[in-house]
Design a binder for this molecule. Structure first.
Ligand code: NAI
Length: 336
């Protein structure tokens, strides 16, 4: 039986990196059927909808998606596609592995970074509940619930246990937001007690940000509410070389959507300059999710081999290769 996966190439550099990722997955020999679902700025503007029904139908059928970036129209008050997808499919966990790739020059020459970030995806200050009380006075509601906090905490600890990770760090600002972050922290603590084999620690988000920059190698699994998770995820991506190489996944109970964390990069779209690494490594996460561990290892090792060799890297990571040249090098490494 083949696997069925919804492929959303997106727009901007999306189609270029999506094509590269599809070729890389297929080169592993895994039996996968792509259900292509177009979504781009023009479709959103024309239909007036962020998520067309055919896209949701496809994801409801396949339950898994590989997604390129989609430009959010500036005018018209459209929700971002990602926020809409998360809410509609209840993709409660944003998972971002952040690892040093061999051969990439970062500020941390001799440091090996290997952390996985779990960000709660559905509430916090992203609930969109804003209100102008009187002219020029606005409130924005931070919503934290036990249900969502326990769910993300269990997910992070379960991942840590399953993947031989040693430590989970809950990151918060409960010293100031005593009720909201206090509840989040309480849920993390209670969950930690159910996983005695995993070391548990807590860090206040400002200190955590500094520690991440000074000692990134000391972090293992990070567990955060939505807003801190969003910011810390990008900070962490910067530690290993930027958004072009960091994969991501939005996971729910029933659906999973894998995608690079970068946007549609209109400044380089259509020029063959995009780095497809982030989407290829998101495809590695997809393959693991589908139970295709061998294919996942093959693709991960091939990408690492191309970085180690360092001859076919794209401009954003200091090379001069095109998307096509990088992709060919990965395909060659898979075959080798
Ligand atoms: P961006 O991530 O598209 O670009 C930021 C900078 O990084 C640009 O200089 C770009 O050239 C570079 N870059 C990004 N990905 C790259 C790659 N794979 N290879 C080489 N260079 C890369 O962020 P920006 O400019 O803020 O957003 C552009 C559009 O993308 C906006 O419409 C935004 O709404 C949308 N967006 C979509 C996302 C999604 O669908 N997941 C996520 C973030 C933004």
């Amino acid at each position: 039986m083949p696997h069925y996966c919804t492929l959303i190439p997106g727009d901007g550099i999306g189609p270029e990196v999506a094509q590269a990722a599809v070729r890389a997955v297929e080169a592993t020999g895994v039996d996968i059927v792509w259900r292509r679902a177009e979504l781009n700025e023009a479709i959103i503007l024309e239909s007036g909808k962020t998520l067309p029904q055919y896209l949701l139908d496809s994801l409801n059928e396949t339950r898994v998606g590989l997604k390129g970036p989609v430009t959010t129209p500036v005018a018209g008050g459209f929700q971002s596609v990602n926020v809409a997808l998360r809410k509609t499919l209840d993709l409660f966990a944003n998972v971002r592995p952040v690892r040093t790739l061999p051969g990439i020059k970062t500020r941390f020459e001799d440091v090996h970074i290997d952390m996985v970030i779990f960000r709660e995806n559905t509430e916090d200050l992203y609930s969109g509940l804003e209100h102008e009380v009187v002219k020029d006075v606005v409130t924005s509601l931070k919503v934290i619930t036990r249900t969502a906090s326990e769910r993300i905490a269990r997910y992070a600890f379960y991942y840590a246990k399953k993947n031989g990770r040693k430590q989970v760090a809950a990151i918060h600002k409960a010293n100031i937001m005593k009720l909201a972050d206090g509840l989040f922290l309480r849920c993390c603590r209670e969950t930690a007690q159910q996983f005695p084999e995993i070391q548990y620690k807590e860090l206040i988000v400002d200190n955590a940000s500094m520690q991440l920059v000074i000692r990134p190698e000391t972090f293992d699994v990070l567990l955060l509410p939505n807003l801190y998770g969003d910011i810390v995820s990008d900070l962490a991506a910067g530690l290993v070389g930027g958004l072009g190489i960091v994969p991501g996944a939005n996971m729910g109970e029933t659906h999973a959507v894998f995608e690079a964390v970068h946007g549609s990069a209109p400044d380089i779209a259509g020029q063959g300059k995009a780095n497809p690494t982030a989407l290829m490594l998101s495809a590695v996460m997809l393959l693991i999710h589908l139970g295709e561990t061998e294919a996942a290892n093959q693709l991960q090792s091939a990408v690492e081999a191309v970085y180690r060799e360092g001859k076919h890297l794209t401009g954003d990571v200091g090379g001069s290769a095109s998307t096509e040249e990088f992709t060919e090098a990965v395909l060659h490494a898979i075959k080798a």
